[in-house]
Write a protein that binds this ligand. Structure first.
Ligand SMILES: Cc1cc2nc3c(=O)[nH]c(=O)nc-3n(C[C@H](O)[C@H](O)[C@H](O)COP(=O)(O)OP(=O)(O)OC[C@H]3O[C@@H](n4cnc5c(N)ncnc54)[C@H](O)[C@@H]3O)c2cc1C
Length: 575
């Protein structure tokens, strides 16, 4: 059974829960994006993903990609599907019309990539970096580079890579050693070795545009000494550049995506942005890239849920507790509370996380296009604080939840035929790349929440309060949690001054507590819109499952943080 996108679910969230069309249409850039256009794009995207990309899921896993003497061959059908993808205009969905794009909101691209990842994570890795490369070049590239490369990247005719990681430099990019030497013609010679480069070499497109982090000779050590260079596989004169693939990794999963070791031997490149501000140029696209990975987690979990739900309706084992049908020796396992609980828990995560992720997509659009500076600043604050939360929890749940869905299959899940073990293997990497989940937690608490004493976080939580009504019991419960989190944040900010390592111990707990508070808010929004849904019980059931099986973790996380705070010097002195 292949993954099948369900546009109606997404439509309900975008239109009824988030009122996205009205918010987007208020922006001059998206004046034409009404609900009808949104519906049409969702229907077409769903069809393309279901009919062209999903059927290639198994072949992506086996035989997967092959490497032979520097040449990478993608699985059968991958190239044709990619050609169909870019020629239909899908990569250009959210690119600016002046670059050949369709000028649609980012949030639609987010939904498209969630579905693509669900259908075929390996294949989707190839175009997954396109939009980031496009934004990077659009904002930081010279006019000459833009003329040569921007339209090809916007359309997807040429694919792009991010060449950051080196064997000794993973989370700590300040250790990057790849060198760049200026030449007299304005280009640079790039020399060094990069590892784990997704799509570093393949047969999907005729050219590949690498964005490479490297260090100029006079650059200081550390992250501030890094610059970004555009290094094409094929040079403008048609010659082959000195950028080659030494091997592809043998991985746990994601066999449809070639993870390449790349060698640059005085390869020709051009500076993107200012010298020494390479990370800056990359960080400009960081929120969108991390949101993409969060959506991978949601998509993969949805794919696992679809399989497990279908299986659980068919598979019969033992009788469920309660009244029985005469004549049936066994009931469908979906009737067993333990199985039902697994499936309901994942559904509660998928739907709540979708609300937060799509809202973040809309906020990205507002941050770029809103006419009012204060609204843009609020949107940026939302993206900056919520994106690491989503990257981390959606990918954690993508993997652990997919593993729970495998459990629904019993032994049949552990064998290849069911296809669910591929999702579990493929999803694991999302917790690692684009900044590991530990780095996301530190980014949130240590870099974003604590430096201003929790002021930005507080403003975000107050913004959410505006949607809640203390007279309603469920809302009062969410308000209480938001208040607890604000109070705890103030205490942490105090403790941080006297015990600087404290937040690093509990950053993961803090991130999860915030995630659960945000999800609780998201479910109140779903509750409010549920009566307008085609099948309201689908959403009210999800809300109940969220409160029964997911939300109680909030108290556990707070207990862990409080116990650590109780040991901290700042707290001991003030009590
Ligand atoms: C399939 C795949 C595709 C990839 N694609 C790309 C790509 O296209 N381009 C690219 O440049 N890179 C890519 N990567 C690399 C990926 O981004 C890195 O693997 C990731 O950033 C982690 O770096 P590392 O593997 O060196 O682990 P390390 O940085 O060595 O980390 C090891 C462990 O230590 C933890 N850790 C490290 N520092 C800290 C800290 N300060 N605080 C707390 N914990 C810490 C980490 O969370 C992790 O658990 C890819 C990796 C894989 C597996």
């Amino acid at each position: 059974m292949n993954y099948s996108p369900r546009p109606d679910d997404v439509r309900f969230i975008l239109e009824q829960v988030l009122q996205a069309p009205a918010q987007l249409q208020a922006l001059p850039a998206f004046a034409e994006t009404d609900a009808a256009l949104l519906d049409q794009v969702l229907d077409e995207a769903g069809k393309f993903v279901g009919e062209v990309i999903a059927p290639l899921q198994a072949v992506g896993d086996s035989p997967g990609c092959r490497f032979d003497a520097g040449v990478v061959t993608t699985p059968p059908g991958f190239r044709a599907a990619y050609q169909a993808f870019w020629q239909a205009g899908w990569p250009a969905l959210a690119c600016a019309p002046e670059d050949g794009g369709q000028g649609l909101p980012w949030v639609l691209e987010g939904v498209l990539y969630e579905w693509l990842s669900a259908a075929n994570h390996g294949w989707t890795m190839a175009p997954g970096l396109l939009h980031g490369a496009y934004e990077c070049l659009r904002h930081h590239g010279s006019e000459q580079l833009k003329t040569r490369y921007l339209a090809k990247i916007a359309s997807g005719e040429w694919l792009a890579t991010m060449c950051l990681t080196e064997a000794h430099a993973g989370s700590d990019l300040g250790l990057v050693r790849t060198r760049a030497l200026a030449r007299t013609d304005g280009s640079y010679g790039i020399s060094g070795a990069k590892i784990f480069i997704s799509g570093g070499e393949h047969d999907l497109t005729d050219n590949i545009v690498h964005l490479v982090l490297a260090r100029l000779p006079e650059a200081p050590p550390g992250p501030k000494g890094l610059s970004l260079f555009l290094v094409p596989k094929v040079l403008p004169d048609g010659g082959r550049n000195m950028a080659s693939c030494d091997r592809i990794e043998e991985k746990m999963g994601l066999h449809g995506s070639p993870t390449c070791s790349m060698r640059f031997e005085d390869a020709t490149g051009w500076l993107v942005g200012e010298a020494g501000r390479g990370l800056n140029a990359m960080f400009a696209m960081m929120n969108a890239a991390r949101l993409h990975v969060a959506l991978q987690g949601i998509g993969l979990l949805d794919a696992a849920w679809q399989k497990a739900d279908a299986y659980a309706q068919e598979r019969r084992q033992m009788r469920v507790p309660g009244p029985r049908d005469a004549g049936q020796p066994a009931d469908p396992i979906i009737g067993h509370p333990a199985v039902r609980r697994i499936l309901d828990t994942q559904r509660a995560w998928i739907d709540g996380a979708r609300v937060l992720a799509y809202r973040t997509g809309v906020e990205l659009d507002l941050a770029r296009h809103h006419g009012d500076a204060a609204r843009r600043a609020a949107a940026e604050r939302w993206c900056s604080l919520v994106t690491p939360v989503l990257k981390s929890v959606c990918t954690d749940q993508g993997f652990h939840g997919a593993s729970d869905c495998l459990q629904v299959f019993g032994g049949h899940g552990y064998v290849r035929e069911s296809g669910i073990e591929q999702i579990v293997r493929d999803s694991r990497v999302t917790m690692i790349y684009e900044g590991t989940n530990e780095i996301q937690a530190i980014d949130l608490l240590v870099r974003k929440v604590l430096p201003d004493g929790g002021a930005a976080l507080s403003a975000l939580l107050l913004q959410l309060r505006g949607d809640l009504d203390a007279a309603q019991e469920a809302h009062a419960d969410v308000l209480r949690r938001l208040a607890e989190l604000r109070y705890l944040t103030t205490q942490l900010a105090q403790a941080f001054k006297l015990q600087p390592d404290l937040p690093y111990w509990i950053a993961g707990d803090y991130l999860r507590a915030l995630a659960l508070a945000l999800l609780a808010w998201a479910w109140t929004r779903i509750d409010a819109a549920a009566p307008q849904a085609p099948a309201p019980e689908r959403w009210t059931g999800g809300s109940a499952a969220f409160r029964r099986w997911v939300l109680p973790e909030f108290a556990l996380r707070l207990d862990i943080i409080k116990a650590q705070l109780a040991q901290a010097p700042a707290t001991r002195e003030t009590t």
